[in-house]
Ligand binder design. Structure first.
Ligand SMILES: *Cc1c(COP(=O)(O)O)cnc(C)c1O
Length: 396
């Protein structure tokens, strides 16, 4: 639902929790169904010559997808959101904004699939990039005449480095660069990069927005009309739109975004504190811990710290023993769903990242990543006590 048309619903009193419940009433069916219908149709009949209902062909528009897009645009305070068949399809479409010869700056620590896209697809298409540690370095010396954009995640995956989006946006604005933020890790419930000066927000809708490990999707959200028109043109031309059924699932997931993330974050903080006290845990990286270098920036630019945490153990054998023995927790790729997942970045999400970059970012064979879910915290701690005891025996 477009809050701007409603007198009572200003940005101040329309909370993010409420935005998860709103939808565009003009797209409701005439029966008043509260659950958004799944318009499982490829095409739409025309009323007459030169007339359209606003829907012509599902590659371009579909009412279920449009409903989802309006909810996500509202959550990110954008003018439009485009729903894609995956997060990677969303990122690949954003890269189509650029031309051969263009250069962009990326953060050193990114989702492995994004780095694979930039290395294997974007480079072949004539784009070039420089990887910089955006959380600690000024980008000015890296800006070239052909630099067009800066691309980042914050907190990063998996090392949880935090970049000050507002501060960076002052530099990108001065140099006329697009600031692109993959906001998957915090979701719009905790962070809104467009409000902090970003031009494009990307989501893997597979993660917190969908929230149930049951569908793949992605989003691009913008606040500028001209940029939106360019992206919509690429979208309808290349055709990676989200299906009506998957749109329905993600809409449904968003209904509970606030309660899921509140509880998952609560569990994550408790687990982070618990892990810090464990003998074989050498490092816990969670931006909600006061000793995390990005803690103050997080407090300034986000409404929460999220449900992702990374920890390091004292040997690769210990890490492998944990992965082999979890029962309540699943050893699986992905994040943001109701179940707690443990991931081994070096062989899973970051398998295609060049070795030097892995080493530089501290991603080694002792690093594990957790996406904390909705289980009872006592049970999660019990699970860790159990697997740590086994791992200690196995590696003694
Ligand atoms: C998962 C993920 C992606 C890719 O999204 P898919 O939906 O798997 O294509 C991009 N960025 C981040 C941060 C992710 O976690």
């Amino acid at each position: 639902m477009d809050c701007s048309g409603c007198n009572e619903c200003t940005e101040v009193n329309c909370s993010i929790e409420t935005k998860c419940q709103l939808f565009d009433r003009s797209l409701m069916d005439k029966w008043g169904a509260l659950s958004v219908p799944i318009y499982q149709t490829a095409t739409f009949a025309h009323i007459g010559f030169g007339e359209s209902t606003g829907f012509d062909y599902t590659r371009m528009q579909n009412p279920t997808r449009q409903q989802l897009e309006s909810v996500v645009a509202n959550l990110e305070s954008g003018i439009d959101a485009i729903a894609f068949s995956s997060g990677m399809a969303a990122i690949a479409t954003v890269m189509e904004l650029f031309r051969p010869g263009d250069h962009f700056i990326i953060d050193e620590d990114l989702y492995g699939g994004s780095i694979r896209l930039f290395n294997e697809i974007s480079k072949k298409n004539g784009l070039d990039y420089t990887a910089v540690s955006l959380s600690s370095e000024d980008i000015t010396p890296y800006i070239k005449e052909n630099t067009k954009a800066v691309y980042l995640e914050t907190p990063t995956n998996p090392m949880m480095n935090v970049t000050d989006i507002e501060k960076l946006s002052e530099v990108t604005r001065k140099h006329n660069l697009l600031l692109i933020v993959d906001n998957t890790f915090l979701s719009p419930y905790f962070q809104n990069p467009l409000k902090l000066g970003a031009d494009i927000v990307i989501h893997s809708g597979t993660k917190f927005l969908g929230g149930h490990h049951d569908t793949i999707g992605g989003f691009v959200v913008v606040k500028d009309k001209e940029l939106d028109e360019r992206l919509r043109f690429i979208f309808k031309t290349t055709g990676a739109g989200l299906s009506p059924f998957d749109s329905f699932l993600i809409l449904r997931g968003i209904r509970t975004l606030s309660v899921r993330l509140d509880r998952e974050q609560e569990n994550a903080i408790k687990l982070a504190r618990y892990l810090k006290r464990q003998k074989h845990v050498t490092k816990v990286i969670y931006p909600g811990l006061e000793d995390h270098p990005g803690y103050e920036i997080m407090k300034k630019q986000a409404r929460g710290f999220g449900a992702m945490l990374t920890f390091e153990v004292d040997s690769p054998e210990f890490a492998k023993s944990i992965l082999n023995n979890v029962q309540l927790i699943f050893f699986a790729e992905s994040l943001g769903g109701t179940e707690t997942l443990i991931t081994y970045p070096i062989t899973q999400t970051h398998a295609d990242v060049p070795a030097e970059l892995l080493a530089k970012n501290g991603i080694n064979d002792r690093v594990l990543r957790l996406s904390v879910g909705l289980e009872g915290i006592g049970d999660l701690i019990c699970e860790f006590n159990r697997v740590f005891a086994i791992a200690e025996k196995e590696t003694a």
